[in-house]
Design a protein. Structure first.
Length: 298
């Protein structure tokens, strides 16, 4: 079959097809499917692969995704749209690992996937497969799910005395920088209005954090009552850039305000006292005395 490329606009669809010559491990597209850069619907789309297109199977990531070679381009296809032959490879178990920092155990390899539970530092697990450089599929006490590789150490048996948790990974730090950049861009743009969720111009404190984290694919629910339980707890002395920081403003100890820690004892937040997004200190003054807790969601 002749290869066809169709360019439209910036949001164009790239149609890929390859010859149906025999491959060692093959599959065929049964319905048109997006060819993606990673095994997640939130990942970038390389192009659209038409029904009838055959491809080389490189790896069966899980029951939902297959890593494929389509005309020399490597990417991922949803198994809901393809048919695999019996010789398609399965990913072998990849050994063991240990959690170095508390991490969300998820149903899929994406921060938008549902959280099964929080896994504590020091927990050992069996590696089922390494999905990509960001996610690993694991077995923890018979439960199968996914962990971010930013929070674990692979090739470890999970001894009862794990090594001290390392500094934040480069991936989490870079993500935090991007989120803070998005937040800074809203200074002078976003105004505060209680109970409002109209990005980017009219938000309250928690719809603001929901919005800027969401730009980077990190899902937060709207409302401090939900965000105060997101991710993992972190002490005030161990705050890192990108952590959510919570405060009380009405009843002592009762959380009703949230901001994002940006380092150097400061937060960026959306607050009526600033008539919108701004930066405040949490080492002195009002926000220092009204501090309650912090959560790490990256």
């Amino acid at each position: 079959m002749k290869k066809t490329l169709i360019s439209l606009t910036t949001a164009a669809v790239l149609t890929l097809s390859i010859s149906s010559s025999a491959l060692a491990a093959q599959g065929v597209v049964e319905k048109g499917v997006n060819f993606r850069t990673a095994p997640s619907t939130s990942s970038s789309i390389i192009g659209l692969v038409k029904a009838g297109t055959t491809f080389e199977v490189l790896d069966k990531v899980n029951s939902y995704w297959v890593k494929a070679n389509v005309n020399g381009q490597v990417g991922y296809l949803s198994t809901n749209y393809v048919k695999l032959d019996s010789s398609s490879p399965e990913s072998p178990a990849a050994g063991a690992g240990v959690v170095e920092r508390g991490v969300n155990f998820r149903t899929g390899p994406s921060t938008s996937s549902s959280i099964i539970t929080l896994v504590k530092a020091g927990t050992a697990f069996q590696v089922v497969e390494k999905v990509n450089s960001y996610w690993v599929k694991v077995n923890i006490n018979g439960q199968i799910g996914y962990l971010s590789t930013d929070y674990v150490r692979l090739g470890d048996t999970g001894s009862s005395n794990p090594a001290p948790a390392p500094a934040p990974s480069e991936g989490a730090s870079v993500l935090a920088d991007r989120i803070i950049h998005h937040a800074n861009n809203l200074i002078g743009v976003t105004k505060y209005k209680y109970g409002s969720n109209l990005p980017p111009t009219q938000l309250d404190c928690s719809s603001f954090t929901k919005y800027v984290f969401g730009i980077e694919g990190v899902t937060l629910k709207w409302g401090t009552k939900y965000q105060q339980s997101a991710g993992t707890a972190v002490s005030r002395s161990n705050l890192q850039r990108g952590d959510l920081v919570f405060f009380w403003t009405s009843t002592s100890g009762v959380i009703n305000h949230v901001g994002i820690y940006i380092g150097d004892g400061k937060i960026i937040h959306n607050t009526p006292s600033l008539n919108g997004v701004g930066i405040s200190s949490i080492t002195s003054g009002y926000w220092d005395t009204h501090y309650v807790s912090a959560r790490r969601v990256l």
